[in-house]
Design a protein around this ligand. Structure first.
Ligand code: ADP
Ligand code: MG
Length: 250
């Protein structure tokens, strides 16, 4: 069963066509990595998927609930109540952590599940504590983001996303703001989530990680999907552009 389907997605900023007819689907338990040069539209694609940007054409469906669809050239989004329900399906982990600086770690994690999702406080607190322990940062619960290392901040933002109990988690270059050692620490955390069959879409420049952790890899360039296949297929591709791009990481 597919958790996410994006069909014929189009997005432009003014005259700039950033996404040109992008289609992909992610099944439950699957890990999809998206690779491609800077400026190819990867972040825009994720931002459209999580409704931080509106699409200009195409269709987005979560678990058979339609978030956006196009009729007669006009994009229609689901109504507010439906959007709210769909919003609970996904979480996003950003490149720069995006924690609230004036909230403690604890408040960063429990605030939205209690106040946005309206879940029971005791249940949320139990979930939050378990996740912080699992990520090895329970002792940082009363710290503020500025008192943590980049790796710890990124673990908090992963906990914050998981505390919402999403069906699918998006990562936009989760390690690109981290030094090599902290990068490995975060990649290990994501690998563990993959082993637990968390459904994930990961934009990354970490090629060996993508190869190891993904069920599928998409190579994107200039707003189009150049390649979509298993890691073995993509890394063995004879496509000139794919070879050139991957060559840079060999
Ligand atoms: P990637 O994540 O692959 O590096 P992005 O999705 O960030 O690529 O950007 C794709 C293109 O869209 C780039 O040319 C970028 O400058 C442009 N772009 C992204 N966001 C905006 C925006 N809000 N307004 C105008 N142009 C944008
Ligand atoms: Mg980006």
């Amino acid at each position: 069963m597919s958790v996410l389907e994006m069909n014929n997605i189009q997005k432009h900023f003014g005259d700039l066509e950033v996404l040109k007819d992008i289609s992909l689907s992610v099944n439950k338990g699957e890990v999809l990595s998206i690779i491609g040069p800077s400026g190819s539209g990867k972040s825009t694609l994720l931002r459209c998927a999580v409704n931080l940007e509106k699409i200009d054409g195409g269709k987005i469906t979560y678990n058979n609930d339609v978030m956006a669809d196009t009729h007669n050239g006009k994009v229609m989004y689901a109504k507010k109540n439906e959007l709210k329900k769909i919003r609970d399906s996904f979480g996003l982990v950003f490149q720069n952590f995006n924690l609230f600086p004036h909230y403690s770690v604890w408040k960063n994690v429990i605030d939205a599940p209690i106040h946005v999702q309206k879940r029971d406080r005791a249940e949320v607190e139990k979930t939050a504590m378990e996740l912080l322990e699992k990520m090895g940062i329970a002792d940082k619960k009363d710290s503020y983001p500025c008192q943590l290392s980049g790796g710890q901040q990124q673990r908090v933002s992963i906990v914050r996303a998981l505390a919402m109990k999403p069906d699918i988690l998006f990562f936009d270059e989760p390690t690109s703001a981290l030094d090599p050692e902290l990068t490995q620490e975060i990649l290990k955390v994501i690998k563990e989530l993959a082993d637990e069959h968390m459904t994930m879409v990961i934009v990354t420049h970490e090629m060996s990680f993508a190869k190891e952790v993904s069920n599928r890899i998409i190579f994107m360039e200039h707003g189009v999907i150049v390649e979509d296949g298993t890691p073995q297929e993509v890394f063995a591709s004879e496509n000139q552009r794919t070879k050139e791009f991957l060559g840079k990481y060999r």
